[in-house]
Design a protein around this ligand. Structure first.
Ligand code: BGC
Length: 494
């Protein structure tokens, strides 16, 4: 057992005494990793719930005799609720703490999964999806924040990457279970199975300690130090980090809205975050994530083949995300993002061409799956993970929470708009023109990247912030000197 401090005993020691503590009372760095992984289960839930609808939708449509418009609502109600959830997540995780916010989201995951699996009508199914949406919105904001606050600096990057991996892993797993259950059209089982990981996540949340940084923000220094000592390998390291947090907190709290209203440079970084998230959704990724079996069936695939082709998409998404995690700090953000958008543009053009001119034989079908797999690969090596990374990197400390809430909300709102209109667009434009429309959006993303996206590789957050606040062009935020500037020290003063 770690030493028990009466001050922390009420909540944190219940958790700390259970997560791998040793009988000698000596803490290990493993504690922070276990705690981080438990929180990253939120990513798994997020992925499972976004992915599962792809395979279930067709059977739900048949059972309830749902029109394409109703099906759009079944899919997109979750995204609309996630948008609202992400807006209130900041307040919830600030007021009640990250741990309770995650616990609340795990309960919503469980209840939402149960309601949607048992729903006797479309209305109840949509209510279940709304519960899941709130859960996803709250968890998607809180989990990365919590993980970054409990992890040691050396592990922080990989722990946040672990969260993203869990998310794509969740999408993949849900496609596999959808594929296995597709044969008997068991959509209730597809949705109901989600209660198992939801329960594991809920139990995991009960064992999480409060975030030391959050405790410090509330002025609970003793408790914060106790948790930090549990999470770090040595008391010295823990105490050092606690005093760093204390120093940082004296520099002032996040200003959010008032900073946004009064600082034009902050408005630029918030604007860039919003544009990046809109463009990420307009790539068309979630059309595939949610409607892939439908897209494949429109291209004359059988029920089972469409299910397995979808699972393959999930697998490529997962594997390519690993590639991005390994390469992003070597290749840099801009080259990866440009490559990613170019691949997506090309593959969407090809997919449209195959539908329009490719015929219905096996070769055309294989080429179609191939082009969509290449599209997902393109997304996962760049636009997927990098947009999230950039959105966090470009915001100045004083407005970081506000900036991230704005871009996360935009992600879900655009996600909702795309998933709520896709089937109608498909109906109006036809499959080929819909693919070409997305090709055009991806080409536009290339232009935006060329003109506005900075290279932030290897640049400290403090430097990015000082460049932004000194009015440097967005594209140059990560530059060491302004292009064309003369003199030894072209950097703006801090
Ligand atoms: C996007 C999600 C998408 C997921 C697919 C994320 O980066 O924001 O909308 O479903 O990637 O892996």
């Amino acid at each position: 057992m770690p030493e028990v401090d009466p001050v922390v005993h009420d909540r944190t020691t219940e958790s700390t005494s259970t997560i791998g503590s040793t009988s000698t009372g000596v803490s290990t760095p493993g504690h922070a990793i276990v705690v981080g992984i438990l929180a990253a289960l939120a990513g798994l839930m997020f992925g499972l719930d976004t992915g599962v609808i792809a395979g279930a939708l067709r059977f739900i449509g048949n059972d309830f005799n749902a029109s394409p418009r109703t099906q759009e609502w079944i899919v997109s109600s979750m995204m609309a609720a996630a948008a609202v959830g992400s807006l209130i997540a900041g307040t919830i995780s600030f007021r009640f703490g990250r741990r309770r916010a995650l616990l609340g989201s795990s309960i919503l995951f469980l209840v939402g999964s149960l309601i949607s699996a048992l729903a006797p009508s479309v209305a109840l199914l949509i209510i279940g999806r709304i519960f899941l949406g709130f859960a996803v919105g709250i968890a998607a904001f809180t989990a990365p924040l919590y993980i970054s606050e409990v992890s040691a600096v050396a592990q922080r990057g990989s722990m946040i990457a672990c969260y993203q991996l869990m998310m794509t892993g969740g999408i993949f797993l849900s496609y596999v279970t959808d594929g296995m259950l597709a044969h008997g059209a068991h959509w209730r089982w597809m949705l109901g199975l989600m209660t198992v990981p939801a329960t594991v996540f809920l139990i995991g949340c009960l064992f999480l300690p409060d975030s030391p940084r959050w405790l410090m923000m509330r002025g609970e220094k003793l408790r914060a130090r106790k948790v930090m000592r549990y999470l770090r390998p040595s008391p010295q390291q823990a105490d050092r980090e606690i005093s760093d947090i204390a120093t940082e907190l004296t520099r002032g709290r996040s200003e959010g809205l008032s900073f946004f209203r009064h600082n034009a440079n902050f408005r630029r970084s918030v604007g860039l975050g919003i544009v990046l998230q809109i463009m990420q959704q307009l790539t068309g990724i979630n059309v595939l994530m949610y409607y892939a079996p439908k897209v494949f069936q429109a291209a004359n695939f059988g029920v089972s083949a469409a299910g397995w082709a979808t699972a393959l998409i999930g697998l490529i998404n997962l594997v390519a995300t690993c590639v991005a995690i390994v390469t992003v700090d070597r290749w840099g953000r801009r080259p990866l993002l440009l490559l990613s958008c170019a691949i997506m543009t090309g593959s969407m053009l090809l997919a449209g061409g195959l539908v329009e001119y490719g015929g219905h034989d096996t070769v055309a079908q294989i080429a179609m799956v191939g082009s969509l797999l290449v599209f997902v690969l393109g997304f996962a090596i760049g636009a997927g993970p990098l947009v999230w990374t950039l959105c966090a990197e470009i915001q100045p400390l004083r407005g970081r929470d506000f900036g991230i809430v704005c871009s996360t909300f935009t992600n879900w709102a655009t996600n909702w708009a795309v998933s709520n209109t896709f089937l109608s667009v498909l109906d109006t434009l036809g499959e080929a023109h819909t693919f070409w429309l997305f090709a055009g959006m991806n080409a536009l993303f290339i232009v935006i990247t060329l003109f506005y996206v900075p290279e932030t590789k290897g640049v400290s957050l403090e430097d990015i912030e000082s460049h932004l606040l000194a009015g440097w062009p967005l594209r140059d935020l990560g530059a060491h000197a302004l292009p064309g500037a003369s003199g030894a020290s072209p950097r703006p003063s801090r």
